[in-house]
Design a protein around this ligand. Sequence first.
Ligand code: 13P
Length: 247
Amino acid sequence: MLVAGNWKMHTDIDAARTLARDVADSVGDPGDVTVVVCPPFVSLSAVAEEIAGTPVALGAQNMHAEDAGAFTGEVSAPMLTSAGCRYVILGHSERRQYFGETDEGVCAKIAQAHAHGLIPIVCVGETLEERKGGRAEEVVGGQLVHSLRGVTPDNPDRLVIAYEPVWAIGTGETATPDQAQEMHAFIRGRLNEQFGEKTGRALHILYGGSVKPGNAAELFGRADVDGGLIGGASLKGEDFAAIVRAG
Ligand code: 13P
């Protein structure tokens, strides 16, 4: 199980420090659950200090595919590792929707993350319109094919997939456990095809979209749901810790 908090564009540096301490205290010993927090770039170093010596790991919310260069406003993989990151979220639907992120761009970033020892959390998911049109699997399948082209994780811990139906993000509307399981099983099938069953079975597929303390256990109880990518509920230490315990 893996539970990651995506803080999105919330918390200044002081608030990030406070939240990081709160998460580490509330989570305590997470047992078999890997716990990750992904604050905004400017707070990465501060959060790294706060979670040092705790089981909580650090992730970023995005990165550029090049090591360095004239890319104003961008942040590179070596910068993230120097800030203490072990994970990086790539291809979040908000990046796709508002910042023109493409599957091909995500693919380049995955290779770059791997080249620098970062574990990418690769997001896929359909919009409401696509789901209503019966195209959810086609859309998610396409995202997987194009963003994972040429990807060969040297072990299953080096790649995480997050299924985040766009219609469930920040809306309070969650995929039902059945809907989540159905799509996760589909994703698992595709991963098995690409990486072989042994690796496919071991890869973590997270569910994201309005996961709360009250619905986490039921979602995480499904066979192919290996944890969650948490937005709103990751901004409260106690709520996030309750979700980790559900894991
Ligand atoms: P919410 O948990 O706020 O719906 O956000 C989910 C998400 O986008 C995590 O990356």
